[in-house]
Design a protein around this ligand. Structure first.
Ligand SMILES: CC(C)(COP(=O)(O)OP(=O)(O)OC[C@H]1O[C@@H](n2cnc3c(N)ncnc32)[C@H](O)[C@@H]1OP(=O)(O)O)[C@@H](O)C(=O)NCCC(=O)NCCS
Length: 328
């Protein structure tokens, strides 16, 4: 068997649209309050992309920053993976559109559908494609435009989500720095967090539009319970596989869905507050983009530096969940 190549994250970038939608703005749209939203979720505001932008535009902005940070040229990229819940269209893949927009001539491109766990799933795929060759440089993006599948009349979901993108450049390296990636799913719960219409089961029709079936539908309480349990499990399994202990972590970057979920996880992992990254107050839940945006922000803010060990954990529709232990 061929010897495996090492893989590392050579650069990161993120992009958040300028428009801010605050809880006070939402008070004018649905029967909710700033206080309720903060107490139940920890979210204060979220970013909303302009009408004329599409998911690939967000992805490209984040990708440009990651390319600059990694000090490579777009032409060095030979693999593009986009994790998204809402691609530009069903086909071609958003990764192919990103390739075209970045003017990259020779690369393999595809999307990953794992909802909020998409970036972690993407890490696992990119890692194995680089370590076994022939790919050397992967652009891995988590990009979401959830505002376009949010029912702005449904107070139980519209307070939660936002738009944005994060990107990482993964390259071959002498020593492997993606220490472990754990992934799992349980399709028995596929109906508790879903976009009911638009696929082959319920193609778009006048009826599906009228009944609001092209919007995210969620059973919040059930999702909440499973999110805590499964992210804890994933965190422990990824740590075990990496040979690291919880004390080795410089920072835990959990999926940014709800502050109460994050606090429950931190408490059970016995991690002090300063070792847990939180930015959901500013952005809400950006699904597949949350963990990579958070990692990029943590790097920019100097919360982590080269050589630090971080763990990313995510959970989302599918249900899917996963975790990755990375040496920066
Ligand atoms: C969505 C979520 C914040 C709701 O919080 P909750 O404590 O479970 O609240 P419930 O759904 O039980 O609703 C409690 C009450 O608040 C009301 N309510 C729901 N949303 C509200 C809002 N935005 N503003 C005011 N009241 C609201 C409900 O109508 C309900 O009222 P009732 O008791 O009179 O029927 C929470 O369940 C959650 O975060 N779940 C996980 C979501 C998630 O992470 N999804 C993505 C995973 S990737």
């Amino acid at each position: 068997m061929n010897e495996k190549f090492g893989v590392r994250i050579a650069g990161t970038g993120s992009y958040l649209p300028e428009k801010v939608l605050t809880n006070f703005d939402l008070e004018k749209m649905v029967d909710t309050s700033d206080q309720w939203i903060i107490e139940r979720t920890g979210i204060r505001e979220r970013r909303i992309a302009p009408e004329n932008m599409v998911t690939s535009d967000l992805a490209v902005e984040a990708a440009k920053k990651a390319i600059e940070d990694a000090k490579i040229l777009p032409g060095d990229i030979d693999l593009i993976i986009v994790a998204t819940t809402l691609p530009d269209m069903y086909f071609p893949s958003t990764a192919c559109i990103v390739q075209q927009k970045l003017n990259i001539r020779k690369a393999a491109c595809f999307d990953i559908s794992a909802a909020c766990s998409g970036f972690i799933y993407g890490l696992a795929v990119a890692k194995s494609m680089i370590e076994s060759g022939p790919f050397k440089t992967c652009l891995l993006v988590g990009a979401e435009m959830l505002s376009k599948i949010t029912n702005w009349k449904d107070k139980t979901t519209c307070i939660l989500f936002g738009d944005g993108a994060g990107a990482a450049i993964l390259t071959r390296s002498e020593t492997n720095k993606i220490l472990s990636v754990y992934m799992e799913a349980d399709g028995r719960y596929s109906n508790i967090l879903e976009l009911p219409a638009g696929g082959s089961r319920m193609p778009a029709s006048e009826k599906t539009v009228k009944e609001g079936l092209h919007f995210i539908r969620m059973e919040g309480k059930e999702v909440f319970k499973l999110a805590v349990m499964k992210m804890l499990e994933a965190s422990r399994k990824a740590l075990e596989a990496s040979g690291k202990k919880i004390e080795d972590l410089a920072l835990l970057i959990p999926h940014q869905a709800n502050l109460r979920i994050i606090e429950a996880i931190a408490e059970r992992l016995t991690l002090p507050r300063e070792k847990v990254f939180v930015n959901l107050d500013k952005y809400g839940n950006i699904s597949a983009a949350t963990t990579i945006i958070a990692l990029d922000e943590a790097r920019q803010q100097g919360r982590v530096k080269t050589g630090d060990i971080v763990e990313l954990i995510a959970f989302g529709g599918g249900l899917t969940w996963g975790a990755a232990v990375i040496e920066l």
